[in-house]
Design a protein around this ligand. Structure first.
Ligand SMILES: C=CC1=C(C)c2cc3[nH]c(cc4nc(cc5[nH]c(cc1n2)c(C)c5CCC(=O)O)C(CCC(=O)O)=C4C)c(C)c3C=C
Ligand code: FE2
Length: 347
């Protein structure tokens, strides 16, 4: 029997340092997130980062926490419940990190008789620190605990026309009551090194965009290429003028260079260039979370206004909006019927 496994990133159990610390430990000790040798990763994460970050992170989580729990978890659950109404197949939700584990979601599917699983990483774009680590963990757990199950993965859907339509329409709705000079597409950042590591050709990706126009298999795993494709397709769908749109990268950690331009620098640049009314969208995330609700909607607003901006709006992620649920339902039901997953047209 077929079934669907949705996987998102996860959150701590509560916005307290006591719960944030083990969550961050699991997250940052992932070799696809901090990709240093284990001895160095242990020193960096356990010896340095976890000494101070849990307290700071817990304070940030406390600002966005809902009565029902973490927004990312609550919104992912709402999406899952709606999807269940649009498919005959069992659907389960797991998280890559934290206590809502992938193993328990696979167990839930197994208990319902599922042995043929469609894995849906809830990320539009491929990065080793998001999409890839989910796939690796699901396959590890499947082989270890559920060897009778088979797993098929839905590819990154960053340029699927139905996804672009649902995303663009949700942006249009968010912009309805907002007069803007500029729209910033702020994507979660990753270290530039990860782009090189994910390039199967070892030479294609130049990290300056010059490589994006040359067809390559490297694009299948290039986060930078994929996010710029999403921006271009939304821009085309909504008919936005070139000069009113730009892309940037948020949420960097200290250390090596991360993808540029950095979102916080862009807030300043745009305000100084006279863009007084800024709309920010965050398409790397399908659900609102700490990085959108705190970093962008709260901190970002403060940074932009301090730099001279006058009006600022974060457009919510698609969350559990009906059009987005229907797009997902179309993909999973097509897979159930035909076994096909034709979500990412090749260019
Ligand atoms: C969109 C996909 C994501 C990628 C790619 C990604 C890479 C990445 N993240 C960190 C470090 C942190 N990220 C944190 C939060 C966080 N990250 C994503 C998504 C991606 N991360 C989400 C959805 C969230 C929010 C989770 C929530 O509970 O709402 C955090 C934790 C918070 C904090 O302390 O700031 C860290 C740390 C790295 C190092 C990385 C790539 C190398
Ligand atoms: Fe992150």
């Amino acid at each position: 029997m077929k079934g669907v496994l949705l996987v998102n990133l996860g959150s701590p159990d509560s916005p307290t340092p006591k719960d944030v610390k083990p969550y961050l430990d699991e997250f940052l000790m992932d070799e696809r997130v901090i990709d240093a040798p284990k001895w160095l990763r242990t020193i960096l994460v356990r010896g340095i980062i976890l000494q101070t970050r849990p307290k700071k992170s817990a304070e940030a989580y406390a600002k966005i926490w809902w009565e029902e729990g973490s927004p990312l978890i609550v919104l992912s659950e709402r999406f899952t419940n709606k999807l269940k109404q649009h498919t005959q197949m069992p659907v389960a939700l797991g998280m890559r990190y934290g206590t809502m584990t992938i193993k328990s979601a696979l167990q839930e599917l197994k208990d319902k008789g599922v042995d043929d699983v469609l894995l849906v990483p809830l990320y539009p774009h491929y990065a080793m620190s998001s999409f890839e680590t989910v796939v690796v963990k699901v396959l590890e757990d499947q082989q270890k605990f559920f060897p009778q199950m088979s797993v098929t993965t839905l590819p990154a859907f960053y340029k699927n026309p139905d996804y672009i339509q649902a995303l663009s329409e949700s942006i249009k709705e968010g912009l309805q009551d907002f007069d803007y000079d500029h729209i910033l597409f702020s994507y979660h950042g990753i270290p530039e090194r990860h782009i090189r590591k994910s390039d199967p050709t070892n030479y294609h990706c130049k990290i300056d965009g010059s490589c994006c126009k040359i067809n390559s298999v490297a694009h299948n795993t290039c986060y930078r290429h994929q996010v710029y494709d999403t921006t271009e397709m939304v821009k085309a769908y909504l008919g936005l003028p070139e000069e009113q749109v730009s892309s940037s990268f948020q949420s960097r950690l200290a250390g090596d260079p991360w993808l540029k331009p950095y979102t916080d620098y862009e807030f300043e640049r745009l305000a100084k260039e006279g863009k007084k009314r800024l709309a920010v969208i965050t398409p790397a995330f399908v659900s609102d979370c700490l990085e959108t609700l705190e970093e962008i909607a709260m901190e970002g607003k403060e940074q932009f206004l301090e730099a001279g901006g006058e009006n600022y709006k974060h457009i919510p992620c698609m969350n559990d909006n009906d059009a987005w649920v229907q797009v997902m339902a179309k993909w999973v039901n097509e897979w159930e019927r035909t076994g096909l997953l034709d979500v990412t047209p090749s260019t």
